[in-house]
Design a protein around this ligand. Sequence first.
Ligand code: GDP
Ligand code: MG
Length: 221
Amino acid sequence: VTPEPKTPGKVVSKNAEIAAANRELFRSNGLFVVNLIGSPGCGKTTLLEKTLPRLPLRAAVIEGDIRTTFDADRIKATGAPAVQIETQGACHLDAAMVAKAAGELDLDLDSLDVLFIENVGNLVCPAGVDLGEDAKIAIISVPEGDEKPAKYPALFVRAAVVIVNKIDLLPYVTYSLERAAADCRKLNNAVEVIALSATTGEGLEGWLQYLQDGARGRKLR
Ligand SMILES: Nc1nc2c(ncn2[C@@H]2O[C@H](COP(=O)(O)OP(=O)(O)O)[C@@H](O)[C@H]2O)c(=O)[nH]1
Ligand SMILES: [Mg+2]
């Protein structure tokens, strides 16, 4: 019997199946799970380094990169558990990679409230891939330019929150926060836009509040 050719549709539905199982596992453990997506260098890991010590919740991190364990090492230095996925070339995480990494963490209801997944640095490829998360968090940063939501809409139509990072650089870079936020809302009128600086900590409160509200919602289920 000739095996059926692997069609893109089948790959997608296989991922959807594994993502649904991930979601079930995360829900049954009362976890709030966020998938952080943004270009290389937008500040995803720095934001996590700043968030973890300030978040009054128990959190773990799954790190995705093409190569190296640099980011997981940075997270472990904060004292939080972290698992690194090296995709060896793939430009986004998939649900199976996350399932495997989650198996290396203690997800127990009594040990963890929030799971962060830092996706491979990329503004486009990770957007359409369900990992079983509760929310996709788009991260953009001031030096990238304020037109990026309009140019790369796929992520912004799906994101629950858009973080505009590096606002400490606003005095040095031509960037309209109003324009970026308005373009995000044009694509997705339910989106929450949070402007902050992971370096200085300015604006971090809104992000910490969002995470605490999300985690409370999961524990009440
Ligand atoms: N000025 C400034 N630099 C930042 C900020 N957040 C991150 N960076 C810098 O941006 C670079 C990339 O940060 P990193 O967290 O590794 O980005 P990632 O690739 O998205 O994980 C590093 O040099 C950070 O120090 C910020 O809020 N302000
Ligand atoms: Mg990183």
